[in-house]
Every structure is written in C-alpha cells, then in structure tokens.
Write a protein that binds this ligand. Structure first.
Ligand code: ASP
Ligand code: MG
Length: 405
C-alpha cells in the first residue's frame, strides 16, 4: 500500500461545502488503495484576517504571540475536515504540528523544520485512519509554537512526504497546475505537464506565484515528486520533478513578469577596488535585497552602477545609498520605479544556444528597449520600461512558442 500526502490550500477549504468536497476527494484516494495524509491551510483569508485583528490591538506584537495566534487558523480547518470525513462514514484523526513532532528552530514567523518524528501519524495510519495535519506550524525543542512563513503549508506537506517516504506529494489549489506564464497577463498561457525543481525555483524567485520556495528546495533535495492540481476538477495537474532528457528538448518552459522592482543608479563612482563592496555592504547592513546589478565604465576614471531593489524597500535603499555617496565618490544618485523585469526560464538553455538573441530581437521588433540584462545557467532576465512589461512578456511568450496552438 502506497502513501500519498495531499495538501489543500486556503481557497480549497474556504467554506463548509468546500471542506465536504475535500473530504470526498480524500476518501476516494484512500479507497483507491492508498494510505492518506492530508495537510490543510487555514480557511480562505483567515490568516490575513488574524493579522489584521492583531494589528488593531497592537502594532508591534511579540512574535511568539503572533505565532500562537496564526497557528489557530490551521487548527480550525483540520478539526472541520476530520468532522467532514466522519460525516461521510470514514475514520480520520486531526493533529497539530506539535502533536506529530514537527520540530523547528526558534525563529518565530519564519521557522525552519529541523526534524519530524511523525510517530503518531504512523500509528494512526497503521489502524486505517486518514490523518489530517495542520500546515504551516511546528514547535521548538522547548515546546514553543512556531510558524513556517506565509504559504508554509506547502512546506509541511513536502517535508511530511519525505519523512513518511510517500510515493509523491499532491498540492491542491484553485488552478489547474503551473502555467507557462501568468494567465491573467497572457491568456494564451498553457498548463505545463512537467517542470523541474530548478525551473520552479527560478520562476518563484522571478515573481511567478507558484509554491513556497523552500518546499521546492526540500522536494529537490530528497527527489520527492510534487503534483500541483486543481481541487475543483479531475484534470491532470503539473508534475514537478527532476530533469530528464526529454525535458531538455524544451528550451524555454516559462516566462515570468515582475513589476515590483525599482532601479537605482549611482553616477560616476570612483573606479578603484572596494567601491562596489562598500555600496552593497551598506545595503546588506540595512537588510535591503538587491537583485540585478550592472556596472559600466565611463570615459573618465569612474563607473556608473545600477541595480534593482524591491519597490517596498526603495525608500530605505535610497536613504542608505545617499548616505554612502560621498564615500564612494559618486556625483549623483537617481531612482526609477517605472521598470518591469521579464525573464525566460528553461533547463534546455544549458544545451541550446541562441536564446538570448531570439529574446532580444523579439523585443527589438516590438520597439521595446532593453535597460538591463542578467543571466544564469537556466534564465535570462531583462529590465524594460514599466509600461512595456506586459507587452514584452506576451511577445516573448509567443516567440518561444509557449502559447496555445
Ligand atoms: N495559512 C498560512 C498562510 O496563509 C499558511 C498557508 O496558507 O500555507 O500563509
Ligand atoms: Mg493561506
């Protein structure tokens, strides 16, 4: 008998009717001859609502109390789902993260799982029960409740699948799987049948809302197959897996658009060792995340440095950069919020050439100017004017033949 871990996100358990529907699906999986462990998120927007409520009471709540509060959302849905399974005449039992021995470090609100004993899960499975586990939560070795970061139920599910040596992990959402681009921006986007862990990690970091990144990292590390499926239908979803030869044939598998970055440029920085180090150390000290970086020597003995940061950190970034201007000899610093980053991702890039030229000539044909470029082994990103981002994503998506035929 194989074991399957299923995870249902907040939208799939948003009300009583939906919870009963999830219960039916879980029971069906069991009746097909599997042991079933189910991980659930909090109902609908409950986590956001709890955060709002806390904010009305204290603008700066202690992290311990915040985790105590947020972990209750998942506790509601596990109990209700267990009741739904009982109602349909089957055996199930719900557990919190602590009850199944999900041990994390002490970093409240972004704790990392260190160990899973899963003793109670194994015991309950062995007597034929469907086991329902609260996502997104664990406990420290000293018994404090922690949460794993927003969207952390994905991580609970994949980590449990690994700990229990499941056949695979199934992640249920309200879309049919993972798409070649965001269908709201590019209606021709298609559902992918398969995609590699590496591609998903790139797409996630490039602004495509796919799955919790750490859950993919864990899946990759332990080679756990992950299916992303729609809880409302029986369509075949997307399989996230390690790469194989056939997947390398597909040169580009997805296009991502990020509109949440801004560009900062430092002009005429002294051209001597240690200057870039100084600029980016200052930013790191202020906890600012830097994404793309470009440095270009001008004719004089100086260079211009441009880089991108998230818009919500722009004010902070500009403050520290301005303060560091003198030390690095810069003559001016400017920022531009009207930018968009468009990226293509595909493991096939490792073995195929001409991807960059195709991407750039497609942009040229559409009179879209490229402002910055960066690449990795399986990704090419360009920064263009903010109001050209959607068009750029669309024409590139089409140029690589990703749209519906
Ligand atoms: N309920 C948590 C959140 O909304 C965890 C999750 O949904 O995975 O972030
Ligand atoms: Mg949620």
């Amino acid at each position: 008998m194989g074991l399957i871990v299923q995870k249902y996100g907040g939208s799939s358990v948003a009300n009583a009717e939906k919870i009963l529907r999830v219960a039916q699906r879980v029971i069906k999986t069991k009746q097909a001859g599997n042991k079933v462990v189910v991980v659930v998120s909090a109902m609908g927007d409950m986590t956001d609502d709890l955060i709002t409520l806390a904010d009305q009471i204290n603008k700066d709540p202690q992290e311990r109390e915040m985790d105590m509060l947020l972990s209750t959302g998942e506790q509601v849905s596990i109990a209700l789902l267990a009741m739904a399974v009982h109602k349909l005449g089957h055996e199930a039992v719900s557990f919190t993260g602590s009850q199944v021995g999900i041990i994390t470090d002490e970093f409240h609100s972004k704790a990392r799982i260190q160990n899973i004993s899963a003793e109670r899960i194994k015991k309950a499975l062995s007597v034929g029960k469907i086991v329902i586990v609260a996502g997104f939560q664990g406990q420290t070795p000293s018994g404090e409740i922690t949460t794993l970061g927003r969207g952390g139920s994905d991580l609970t599910a994949v980590a449990l699948a690994v700990a229990l040596k499941a056949k695979h992990c199934e992640i249920y959402t309200d879309v049919d799987g993972i798409f070649t681009a965001d269908p709201r921006v590019i209606p021709e986007a298609q559902k992918m049948d398969r995609v590699t862990y590496d591609e998903i990690l790139e797409l996630a970091s490039l602004g495509a809302k796919v799955m919790h990144s750490r859950s993919i990292e864990v899946g990759k590390k332990f080679n756990m197959p992950i299916w992303v499926c729609n809880s409302q239908n029986n369509h075949k979803g997307t399989l996230i897996t390690k790469e194989n030869k056939a997947m390398e044939e597909v040169v580009v598998s997805g296009v991502a658009l990020a509109e949440d970055e801004a560009k900062i440029t430092l002009f005429r920085v002294s051209d001597r060792p240690g200057v870039a180090a100084k600029v980016f150390q200052t930013l790191a000290d202020a906890n600012v995340n830097v994404d793309m970086i470009i440095q270009n020597k001008t004719q004089t003995n100086s260079t211009d440095i441009s880089f991108t940061v998230f818009k919500n950190e722009l004010v902070k970034a500009m403050k520290v950069v301005k303060a560091a201007m003198k030390k690095v000899g810069a003559t001016n610093v400017t920022c531009d919020e009207n930018i968009a980053k468009v990226s293509v991702v595909g493991i096939g890039m490792r073995s195929h050439s001409g991807i960059a030229s195709k991407m750039f000539s497609t942009l040229a044909k559409n009179k879209i100017n490229i402002d910055m470029i960066s690449t990795s082994e399986i990704k090419i990103s360009v920064v263009v004017a903010g109001d050209k981002g959607k068009l750029a994503a669309r024409v590139i998506h089409q140029a690589f033949g990703l749209g519906k035929k």
